[in-house]
Design a protein around this ligand. Structure first.
Ligand SMILES: [Zn+2]
Length: 230
């Protein structure tokens, strides 16, 4: 009877403590807790299969780390993990966080957040000084991950931000965050892969792109004005 009870207990606690289900690829591993998050894990897997090689080709062809992506079951668990990695808690499931070769996302969040974070990890692997939350990194990652937070109509309304705000840092300002995809598109379309890489390595418009901040600013404004509303 004792053994029977023990066996029942083990089966019960065993079920309760299985922490994750896994989906593994050579280049990444996706862990998730909720059974239904298989759908999110699968979608992340497919999105990474489509984009990972392009990301490596652009930023670092030698990148060969295996990346671990964890889908947390709710905002509380996600925030606990964020804080553990040294990030601030955040009140939205549509966000992600990366540190080393780890990516944290939340159940129900946008699929491409994992692609955005994967791009950060590959960028941080190139020999340069990592800058967290810079407009350079965030715009490039949003563009690569196809995270378009707004349309051309909105862009045209708000693109002419104070130049100092635009060039100094990315500060979670709502207009700034929404424009990032287009800043990334502008960088790749106007300057090309090589110069974007130089910008990431130098973190300097004059050294990386070979132009003054004033010229860069005017060129951005011209580019936006030429964009067509669909
Ligand atoms: Zn980011």
């Amino acid at each position: 009877m004792k053994y029977f009870l023990l066996a029942i207990c083990l089966i019960f606690t065993g079920c309760q403590t299985i922490p994750y289900t896994k989906m593994t690829d050579d280049q990444w591993e996706i862990k998730y807790v909720l059974r239904e998050d298989w759908i999110q894990a699968n979608a992340i897997n497919e999105a990474l299969k489509l984009k990972a090689n392009t990301i490596k080709n652009i930023f670092n062809q030698k990148f060969n780390h295996k990346v671990l992506i964890t889908i947390y079951p709710d905002l509380k668990a996600y925030n606990n993990a964020r804080v553990f990695l040294g990030a601030k808690p955040i009140d939205m499931i549509n966000s992600g966080c990366s540190n080393g070769n780890n990516i944290l996302v939340c159940s129900g969040g946008e699929i491409n957040i994992a692609v955005h974070e994967y791009t950060h990890i590959v960028i941080f692997s190139i020999p340069t000084k990592p800058v967290y939350n810079s407009w350079i990194d965030e715009s490039i990652c949003d563009y690569i991950a196809d995270m378009k937070w707004t349309d051309i109509k909105y862009l045209k309304q708000y693109y002419n931000l104070p130049r100092s705000n635009f060039l100094v840092s990315f500060n979670q300002d709502v207009y700034m965050a929404r424009l990032l995809y287009y800043i990334g598109q502008y960088l790749f379309e106007v300057y090309g892969n090589e110069k974007v890489l130089a910008l990431l390595k130098t973190r300097s418009i004059s050294d990386g792109l070979g132009i003054s901040e004033e010229t860069f600013w005017k060129s951005w404004c011209n580019w936006v004005e030429k964009q067509k509303e669909v």
